[in-house]
Design a binder for this molecule. Structure first.
Ligand SMILES: CC(C)(COP(=O)(O)OP(=O)(O)OC[C@H]1O[C@@H](n2cnc3c(N)ncnc32)[C@H](O)[C@@H]1OP(=O)(O)O)[C@@H](O)C(=O)NCCC(=O)NCCS
Length: 181
């Protein structure tokens, strides 16, 4: 099935069937984007991409869920975290003071966590290298204290907190299991 998508739309596919990230990416690109045998490469920090970038994508997994965000409007960074986890005090301590002021529940914690990670993944960066430089505060991303001109969208579904970063105004989430092996 090939679908013509609105350019500002981010399509998010998920499964709870155990699957390798690259196999899932290939399956989705072939089935929904008519890209057979995708020539997937990786950036220096390991972000998979397709040369030409006609289709941009980013994958995330948490507990048993694998999810792939795909769009046609430039880079996307995507993160999901299962909400049954607990806010990790060691991680919480590494948020900035003004971010900690916005975090009063596990849900808030994962909103902040996934927003930051979606931005790092949008940049194809490394979380370890960028963590101290990034903030998610008042619904905006800051890099070294300067507000960044990027959009982060968040939602909760399937017991998970999701964030995506990029030039996308709308999203759709759909279950798409890989073929039985
Ligand atoms: C990218 C990163 C933030 C994701 O962390 P995570 O907790 O594993 O998060 P997720 O499950 O949401 O995402 C993993 C997926 O994102 C993609 N990914 C990997 N590196 C990425 C990067 N730098 N930017 C964006 N996406 C990336 C892959 O599809 C990966 O799936 P895989 O591990 O099964 O191959 C973290 O792994 C990181 O900082 N990586 C950089 C490390 C680095 O610099 N390595 C250099 C040698 S490759």
């Amino acid at each position: 099935m090939r679908v013509c998508y609105n350019k500002g739309m981010l399509e998010i596919y998920f499964t709870r069937v155990p699957v390798r990230s690259e196999d899932y990416t290939r399956h989705i690109l072939q089935k929904y984007y008519a890209i057979p045998a995708a020539d997937i490469r990786k950036t220096i920090h390991g972000k998979p991409f397709l040369p030409g970038d006609k289709v941009c994508f980013n994958l995330s997994h948490s507990k048993g869920l694998t999810a792939l965000a795909v769009g046609r409007r430039g880079a996307v960074g995507f993160d999901c975290e299962d909400l049954t986890g607990k806010a990790r005090p060691a991680v919480l301590a590494k948020f900035s003071a003004r971010e900690r002021g916005e975090i009063s529940s596990t849900r808030d914690f994962y909103c902040h966590w996934t927003a930051r990670e979606s931005y790092v993944k949008y940049l194809a960066g490394s979380l370890a290298a960028l963590w101290r430089h990034v903030e998610w505060y008042g619904g905006r991303i800051y890099l070294d204290g300067k507000e960044e001109p990027v959009r982060v969208t968040q939602f909760e579904r399937e017991g998970c907190s999701f964030s995506f970063c990029g030039d996308y105004t709308r999203y759709a989430l759909r279950r798409a299991d890989p073929p039985a092996r």
